[in-house]
Every structure is written in C-alpha cells, then in structure tokens.
Unconditional design. Structure first.
Length: 541
C-alpha cells in the first residue's frame, strides 16, 4: 500500500499562508473587533442589499457601503473591510491599517491575502464570515478564505480556482446526516466547508483534494479558526489530516464511519491531449461523461467501515428515451444500501449555459460559442437527452441490504433535510427488526389529510396525506388505507386495526381476506418508512 501524501505546507504559491501563527491570531482578533461577522455585515448592508450580495449581485452593497464609509469610525471601518473582501474594491492602506490595526496592510500581504499597490491595497483572496447553528452547543461562526469569485474579478476563472461557499457545498451541508463518527472523510475538500462541519461531530477528519492550492486554503481556514473548530493550532493533525491526491487514492486501505463528498461532478467535454491544467479542478473530474460519479459510487463502499455511510452530490446523464434512474441503479452494488434523490433535470443546452457562465466563459464570445458547441457535440455522442442533479446516500451493511430507493423530488423541501433523512434511515432499520402488525402507531404531528370530491358525491374521489416538514411527501390513499390512518391513535395495534377493517369491508363475494391484510400491511409499512406514521417507541419522532 502506498504511503499517503500528507499535506502540511504552510506556504504554497498563490495561496494564503498558514505558517505565520502570530499574524493569524492578530487577523482573527481584528476581524472580531471590527464586527466582521454574519450579523455585523447584515446590519451594515441592510436586508435587501445583503440578500442581493448572497445572489452575487454586488451593486446594492456597493451603494450601502459608500454611505457607511462616511459614517462614524467603527461603521466606516467595517464598511472598508466589507468593500475590500466581499466587494473586491481596493482600499487605501491607511484605511485598512485603521480597520485592522494588529494585522495592517503589510500583514495582509504577508499572509497572501492582499497585494499592496502604492497607497492602495487589493484583495488577493475572498475572506468572508460563515456560520451555522450547532444545536445544543450553540452557534459556530468562522471566516472562510477562497479565491475571488467571478463577480469579484475580471476574465475567466483560473483553472485551479478554489471555490468558496457555494450552493452545492451548502446543499451537501444541509443534506448530511449528523451523527458521531470516530473517523470521517471529506473527499474533495476545496476550501474546507464540509470539514468544518464534520469537526463538530467527528473525532478525526481526513480531508483530501487533488489541488495543492485547495489544501492550502483549507489549512489556512482551519488555523485561522482553530478556537471555534476545537483545534490545537500547535497540533492540528490530532484532529485533521490533509491528504493530496485524486479521489480515494490518498486513503487506500483505510475505512471511515462517514464520508461526505462534493466531488468535481460537472460533465465537461474532453479533448484529445487535454492536460489536467486545462480543466477547472474545482468542478471537472477529468473523466468522460458522468464516469467520475459512477466510479465513486461503485468504490465508496470499499472505504466504509461496517455500518458506515457516505453522502455526496452528483450529476448523471440520462440517455434519450431512458428513465433517469436506469444508469444510477446499475452503479449501486448489491450489498450496499443506496438512496438517490434527483432534485433537478435539465437539457444539454441549459447545462452548457450554466457551467460556461459559472466559470465566466461567456465573457469571450468566440470562446463561448466554441465551448457551447463542444458541450452539445459531447452529449450527442452519447445520445444524452438530459442531465440529472441530486443527492446520494450509501451505507455498508454486514447483513441484507435494506434501502434501495431511486426517487425524484423536484419541489421545495425543508432545510436542513439531513435530520429527516437520518430519521427515515432509522425507521427503515426499525421496520427490518419489528413486526409492523404488532406495532402501535401514531400519525406524525406534521401530517394533514386532504379530501376532494365532486359536488353532491357521497364519498371523496381523492384522499391525500401531506407532510409539512422534511421531504414534504404527498401520499394518495385508498379508502381502506385512509380508514386505517384515521384509527392510528396508539391504542390498537396495526394488526387489530386491519382486522377491524377486514370485518367491516369483507364478506362480499370474491373478497380475499389474506390478500387484503397483506396488501394493507405493505402500504402501512410504506407510511411508516416515509414518516407519515410513527411507532410508539422512543427516539423515532
């Protein structure tokens, strides 16, 4: 087995430095004192400008900070910091010296965060506040460095661009089932977003990436926020191991309780003789089509400990005339739990437009036309009619597989959805270990019933159960299943309720009592699995 390549460099070219502990501590103190926090920035900008900035629309924030810069000293200092990093507007060195007195412009330049140009200072990286609710432990707030985004800089993004806090990374954060893990793996860490969250519920986290610059940003972020992340800055390896390498190569032979990955899943046309430097490493996996996601799903169970889980995001190609899940079903091994949820499906044209704009490749008209045509030619070569995006849950079990679900949910769901996915897995495990007919069941608190009938009709033609939380499913009920649900107050067992319904509805010619009981019990189990009905047992509500 090849020895993994541990990344410990604190001085990587074109990346922030993490080998200057005194300056890191000074910067953290300055940022805290000037009020460069989520709340501070939101209050400074106002609700509408803050919302626009989160959509990468900087103009309202520029207007708001221009006015704030003329205000009282503390407000003006925060406005200068916001303009410098979030809006990438160069600032006078003396202004930054006053706003960040411990670090000063020279310190920012020494850390690789800024470039001094005469009397002005320009940002070399994005640095922004980020935080989340940690439940009973309160909130966590840190600062995250990444490369300047497309709206903060001119031209096409550099190919080794280190992505910041984006929609995909926050989607994975919200999707991940948070449970204690002795050993966790963040595969393709980027600037470290998933690692920061994993540290809150994991004994040790291994973070990998194929990009040295990405690992350098992650190391900088970890040490800048060592206190908030419960890391000893003198011994960071006690809690985090950074590994350089492609996909699972850096962790070959190891196993983990939890793996999360926002992999470079974007499907990008490949050309003959293309080098790695020609690809956008933050999004391009370097393989044809959706092979990067397919290979990950096939190989991830090898690094899972028994009972270990993996959660990732991905794209998959949908051949013309095929069901969206036909190919993903072939990737999931027979001895691994697999749950795919497709959240979106687009055509080749929209897909090309999205990712060309993502890297600012629309700014050069000729390049844009050639790249757009290359996307369409590439998809046509494999008869691709659509591209799906979604989230994947995998689990390695020692016994029989329990979960094999491939479903499409394109409507809005509750976020974070991770706790609800975890509860669904627990209910599936409960069903595998218990006899549903002997269970006492209750209707979940968020469930409502909806009935539709023609005017004057004696009975409703449609009966629906709706969830108000989680995946917000809707279930079409038969008359007998609706009768069953209405009786679920926890007093009678499922078997007793089914027996009463059989006595009420049976007795007609051709009525098959065995088939009635079996079919209704299967439908009841599905309602338990999806959270409409809950067993009267601890910790399943």
């Amino acid at each position: 087995m090849t020895e993994p390549t541990h990344f410990t460099a604190g001085n990587t070219p074109d990346a922030p430095r993490s080998d200057l502990p005194d300056l890191l501590q000074a910067l953290a103190s300055d940022l805290r004192e000037v009020g460069y926090t989520l709340e501070g920035v939101a209050e400074l900008l106002g609700e509408s400008a803050y919302a626009a900035l989160n959509r990468d629309q900087p103009i309202p924030a520029l207007i708001a900070t221009e006015a704030a810069a003329a205000g009282e000293p503390r407000t003006a200092a925060l406005a200068a910091v916001v303009r410098f990093w979030l809006l990438a507007v160069p600032q006078e060195a003396e202004v930054l010296d006053g706003a960040l007195p411990r670090t000063r412009a020279e310190g920012l330049a020494a850390l690789g965060l800024a470039k001094i140009m005469g009397t002005e200072v320009a940002a070399e990286a994005d640095l922004r506040p980020y935080g989340w609710d940690a439940g009973r432990d309160g909130g966590v707030e840190i600062w995250v460095a990444s490369d300047l985004a497309a709206h903060q800089r001119p031209g096409v993004l550099r190919h080794d661009h280190v992505l910041g806090i984006g929609q995909a990374s926050t989607t994975l954060v919200q999707t991940t089932i948070r449970r204690h893990a002795e050993r966790a793996l963040d595969l393709g860490t980027g600037c470290g977003i998933q690692t920061f969250h994993l540290l809150q519920h994991s004994g040790h986290v291994t973070a990998t990436d194929i990009s040295e610059r990405a690992l350098a940003f992650t190391r900088f972020n970890l040490l800048l926020n060592a206190g908030a992340l419960n890391i000893d800055p003198a011994r960071p390896a006690d809690r985090v191991s950074l590994r350089l390498g492609s996909l699972l190569e850096p962790v070959a032979g190891e196993t983990f309780d939890l793996v999360v990955s926002n992999p470079p899943f974007v499907i990008t046309p490949r050309t003959a003789g293309e080098a790695a430097a020609d690809q956008f490493t933050y999004r391009d996996g370097g393989l044809p089509g959706d092979d990067i996601v397919a290979s990950l799903i096939r190989s991830l169970p090898d690094v899972l400990a028994p009972g270990g889980t993996a959660q990732l995001l991905g794209n998959w190609e949908i051949p013309e005339g095929s069901a969206w899940d036909e190919r993903p079903q072939s990737w999931a091994g027979p001895d691994t739990d697999a749950w795919f949820i497709q959240r979106e499906q687009v055509g080749p044209e929209q897909y090309a437009e999205t990712w060309l704009q993502d890297a600012s490749e629309t700014r050069d008209r000729r390049h844009y036309q050639e790249a757009y045509a290359a996307y369409l030619t590439d998809f046509a070569s494999r008869n691709v009619g659509g591209i799906g995006f979604g989230m994947v849950f995998l689990r390695r079990l020692a016994g029989e597989r329990r979960i094999r679900r491939f479903e499409e949910i394109t409507y809005p769901i509750e976020q974070p959805v991770g706790p609800h996915l975890g509860a669904a897995v627990e209910r599936t495990d409960w069903l595998a270990a218990h006899d549903v007919s002997a269970a006492h069941l209750l209707v979940a608190e968020d469930v409502t019933e909806e009935r539709h009938q023609r005017p004057g009709a004696e009975h409703p033609g449609v009966i629906l159960l709706r969830q108000g939380t989680g995946l917000r499913r809707t279930n079409l009920l038969s008359t007998e299943l609706a009768g069953f649900v209405s009786a679920c107050d926890g007093d009678l067992t499922a078997g007793q309720i089914i027996g009463a319904l059989e006595a009420l509805l049976g007795g007609t010619e051709g009525f098959d009592g065995g088939a009635f009981r079996s079919g209704l019990l299967t439908e009841v189990a599905n309602l338990v699995r999806d959270g409409f009905l809950l067993p009267v047992v601890p910790d399943l509500d």
